[in-house]
Design a protein around this ligand. Sequence first.
Ligand code: PGA
Length: 254
Amino acid sequence: MRKPLIAANWKMNTTPAEAVALVRQMLPELETATGVETLLCPPFISTLVVADLLNHSSVMLGAQNVYYEDKGAFTGEISPLMLAGVCQYVILGHSERRSLFGESNQIVNKKVKAALKVGLKPILCVGESLADNDAGKTQEVVSTQLRQSLDGIKEVVGLVVAYEPVWAIGTGRAASAAQANKTIEMIRDVLSALMGCEVAGATRILYGGSVNAANIAEFISQPEIDGALVGGASLKAAEFISIVRESAAAKRCH
Ligand code: PGA
């Protein structure tokens, strides 16, 4: 059984004071959620203060990015070694990093390897653009992203994949649950071909892109969808709590 994961990606939002306030609003409710794992990914500047608040809680902590070297002359970067022991997860290859900061599959691959080396669980993001979707290239694009980002990796303890169609991120235009389930099924097939069916069967694959309290139940009820990576809706405490509650309820009934 894959335990559903509901992950909050706050992106470049919240000052440290706002991050603390948001965690304080959410935490009591998130801690009582059963049957789902919850994860908060605040901006780097708030990592330590949020880690303090989450200490001894069931809510996990993640980063939104990491560099692939352990240390050295890389001004402005944060290394996996610095995050290990503070965070459990790290989001890698998010489409905003790919499109705005030039991250190729090869760079993402180095980051996935570097994260795994220190025991950080990567949340590897993949997803096609609107043009690719319109051209019927979803399968081709997503499977290439997966193959190249996971190239040479055989040991994947804790790997999570997030399928996030670029056209659904922050647009209010989510994929249909059936569409997302179909692509996620294909992602599991690719994982199976790369790493064997045992690993593929154990790997959680999330959907991301305009997830909210109103549509989460439909996504989470799909057999292949193991949770969600939530952007905008994770910045509102009540909405994120509803998403977590709906997920727990929907998976129980499933
Ligand atoms: P969104 O973002 O929920 O605001 O669409 C999702 C993401 O980018 O992870």
